[in-house]
Design a protein around this ligand. Sequence first.
Ligand code: PEP
Length: 246
Amino acid sequence: MTLRPLVAGNWKMHGLKASAGELQKIIAGAQKLANVDVMVCPPATLLADFAAVARGSRVAIGGQNCHSLPAGAFTGDIAAEMLKDSGAQAVIVGHSERRHYHGETDEAVRAKALAARRAGLLAIVCVGETRAERDAGDARAVVGAQLSGSLPEGAADFVVAYEPVWAIGSGVTPTAQDVADMHGFIRERLRSRYGEAGERIRILYGGSVKPANAKELMAIDNVDGALVGGASLKADEFLPIAAVYG
Ligand code: PEP
């Protein structure tokens, strides 16, 4: 099944108010890209500004993390409802940097994905194995367990991003065959858990996607777009990746 692809940029902890100029370039370029959903996920400090700039354009704005509860005594945290209120349409949950540096468990990620649903945001749920896990032959087992634990039950209203940890920011990507194998495996799992609706869940690939490798990666079966880190910070690099879809 061909799904409408999504190319989402994860700006991580990069960007100041002056970066709105880069967003404007992305918006201008995305106007010509009718066959792909384009999204930028800036730091929380820029969400409201970016959402205002992007309003009415082809570019959606997303957050990078949320708390599972709608409000409370959680200093420094941000509720999914607050992201929504600031103009976000989506939120990344379970990125490996959150899992690694903030100890987020599958259970916590699942709660965040459910919070996104509650707030009316599209959850982009990240999974992916480390280099050591891949080398030990455990990649499928690790990703399978993350899917079981992190995905929200019920509606198939989210996006999955497969991001091998060792490919993030490293300039190294898995072989096309390895990506095909893992995305096929994820599709199987989605099908068995969500039935026919599992066919319509987009599975993004993430990890060192660049203009030079995007075409090959995006052509792989069950790759329905990309989650892009470093290359999403500059319109000149991000747009050619989205433009793979014409
Ligand atoms: C990411 O952090 O989601 C990511 C894919 O980063 P990069 O594209 O820089 O590897």
